[in-house]
Design a protein around this ligand. Structure first.
Ligand code: ZN
Ligand code: FE
Ligand code: FE
Ligand code: ZN
Length: 266
């Protein structure tokens, strides 16, 4: 069985990933992949927003580094994309980024549940002690629902990211999932199966089986991503991810060519 495209991987420009695009491409070929996509952390309007993304003046350099990999690995389809942080009010900025290069797709991710707290940051774990888990999950899903409804993104990244460190609310989160999935279904936004969760404390693919079953019911398409921050993570655990997708009833996934979805049979 051919593995689906790995549409989520980073480059050293984000300052917390190692290995050049060529290393990721080489690893992808070794792993038996035929298609990958680079989706490094997009710049914010202000470069001093945080320290784990490329600067504005590095965007062209990023595009060039992906183009170089495309030229050097003609046997591999390599997509050009960004993982874009969704923050309410930043829609114009995201449109501005979208207009600068012929991107194949944007992954819309929520990391920031407030203006200053990235919910997946290992350096801000103490924030969890000051808040109720359900409150955090609710704030997170509210933002991701706005991202899905915005129509700015082809894919939603790691949809249930707040589970990363194992902070799970006692309350039923189905209504949060349901609202998000309805918004995604309306705009045709896909949800990615992100295997990075298996490498984190939660030891689970993002999103959960429960979430995926609901997404499938609403005919929300899926993509696959390793969220590789190192070359040896490319395509990691894709067999498990495909198995999970099949269990949830999926028989196909998507990739994108200049934002046009292309169906791939699983
Ligand atoms: Zn990252
Ligand atoms: Fe992310
Ligand atoms: Fe990522
Ligand atoms: Zn990510």
């Amino acid at each position: 069985m051919a593995l689906p495209p790995d549409l989520h991987m980073h480059t050293p420009l984000c300052r917390h990933a190692t290995g050049e695009p060529a290393d990721y491409a080489r690893r992808a070929l070794q792993a038996g992949l035929t298609e990958i996509g680079f989706s490094d952390h997009s710049p914010m309007r202000r470069d001093d927003f945080d320290d784990w993304r490329m600067r504005n003046d590095q965007l062209d350099e990023y595009v060039e580094s992906v183009r170089r990999a495309q030229q050097n690995f003609p046997q591999l389809t390599i997509r050009l994309a960004l993982e874009v942080d969704y923050l309410p009010g930043q829609e114009d900025w995201i449109r501005d980024l979208a207009s600068r290069h012929p991107w194949d797709y944007f992954i819309g991710s929520v990391h920031y549940v407030t203006d200053t707290w990235a919910v997946d940051s290992p350096f801000q774990l103490s924030q969890w002690d000051q808040r109720d888990a359900f409150e955090v999950w609710s704030a997170y899903f509210e933002r991701l629902t706005l991202a899905a409804a915005s129509g700015l993104f082809q894919i939603l990244g790691h949809a249930d990211l707040p589970k990363k460190f194992g902070h799970r609310p006692k309350q039923d989160c189905t209504p949060l999932y349901e609202r998000l999935i309805r918004a995604a279904a309306k705009t045709g936004c896909a949800v990615e199966l992100n295997t990075a969760g298996l490498r984190k404390e939660c030891r689970e693919i993002y999103p959960s089986r429960e979430f995926l079953l609901l997404a499938r019911q609403h005919r929300v398409p899926i993509t696959f991503g390793s969220d590789a921050h190192a070359a040896d993570e490319v395509g990691r655990d894709f067999a498990s991810a495909v198995a999970l997708a099949r269990e949830a009833g999926y028989t196909s996934c998507l990739t994108y060519d200049q934002r046009m979805p292309r169906l791939i049979t699983l």
